[in-house]
Every structure is written in C-alpha cells, then in structure tokens.
Design a protein around this ligand. Sequence first.
Ligand code: GSH
Length: 205
Amino acid sequence: MAKLYDYWRSSASYRVRIALGLAELDYDTEVVNLLEGQHLKDSHLARNPQGLVPALDIDGYTMTQSLAIIQYLDETLKLGLLPNLPIERAQVRALSYAIAMEIHPVCNLHVVDYAVSESGGQIDKEQWMQHFIDKGLRAYEAMIGDGTYSYGDTVTLADICLVPQLYNADRWGVDLTDMPKIRRARAALEAIPAFANAHPDKCNR
Ligand SMILES: N[C@@H](CCC(=O)N[C@@H](CS)C(=O)NCC(=O)O)C(=O)O
C-alpha cells in the first residue's frame, strides 16, 4: 500500500492528496508535523533530504516533489491530467508552474520567516503573502480560458495546483473578487469528491 508523508496545511501535500483521490488509490498517511519540526528530523531527511513534505512511498520507491509524484501517478495510472497534444501539455504545465514554481516557493513559510527576520521586522508576513499570492493569481486569471476548469472542460494538473493555492489565498485574506474565471473553476473543482476530500480541514490530524 502507498504511504503519504503528509501535513494537513501543506499545499504541496494537498496537491498529492487530490491526485491520490483522483486515482482512487488506497494509501496510508504518516503525519510529518511541520510546526513541531518533524520534517527536519533524520527520519524524514532520510526520505526527503530537502526537509520538505510531501513524500510518497509507492511501488517500492520513495518519491519527493509533488509535481513529479503527480506526473508519476498520471503516467502509471493513466489519470489524463495532461492533454494529448504537446502544445496543450505545455500550456497546462505553464499554468501549473505559474503556481507551483512562482507563487508557492516565495510564500513557503521558511522563506517568509527568513525574510521577516532578516528585515528586522520591517517586512510584514501577511503583507508579503498577500502581495505575492495576489500578483501570481492575477497572472493566472489572465492565463486561463473560459472553460469549466483552468484548461477547458477536463481536470488537469493545473487545477490540482490551483485549489491548494486558493486555500492559502483565503488563509492570508487575498481578495478574489476580480478573478471571476478562477472563482468559476474553483466552484466546479470543489464539487469533485477527490478535491473535497483532500481539503485540509478533512485531513487535520
Ligand atoms: N516543490 C516542493 C515544495 C514542497 C514544500 O515546499 N513543502 C512545504 C509545505 S507546502 C514544506 O515542507 N515546508 C517546510 C518548511 O517551510 O520548513 C513540492 O512541490 O513538493
């Protein structure tokens, strides 16, 4: 059985929980509590030398990096998270990376905490989060089309990145009023059981 090393509020873990749900795969969970520093203990560093969650034990391997894990699940279990045409695959990846490689890294807690502490308190954590999430989501709004989801009418890797990022947007008080396409996609996605069941409030252990 697969095993997810998970933290409820981690958006990268949330992505993998969604993908595991879409795959309808049974899996065990081991909590790696970031607030207690469990991600920096030797036992977790042995799985992920980066000291980050998630990690996934599957098929005899321990995998790290949420997008790599999700694409592995997509390829091995045929989830259809990327379209067939190379140009369309590139477009979905661009949307996914706009969140996972632009917004998410600068809003990671260890990055923000470092910026706040090095600035001697000049940088305000909430303002930092609002600034980068708002900027990134406005760009995402401009990148997506008028389909049901982020890319047309099929759930893709981009949607798996979007929903956890929106959870963070709510957490930090980012106003989504000017982002109608994102709000439309969100409403449709949150109605899908794999997305609903992966929500942090359902996974807070
Ligand atoms: N690119 C990585 C990012 C993983 C990541 O940043 N995880 C965060 C939680 S969302 C973490 O473990 N943070 C620990 C820390 O900030 O010290 C992935 O997608 O898996």
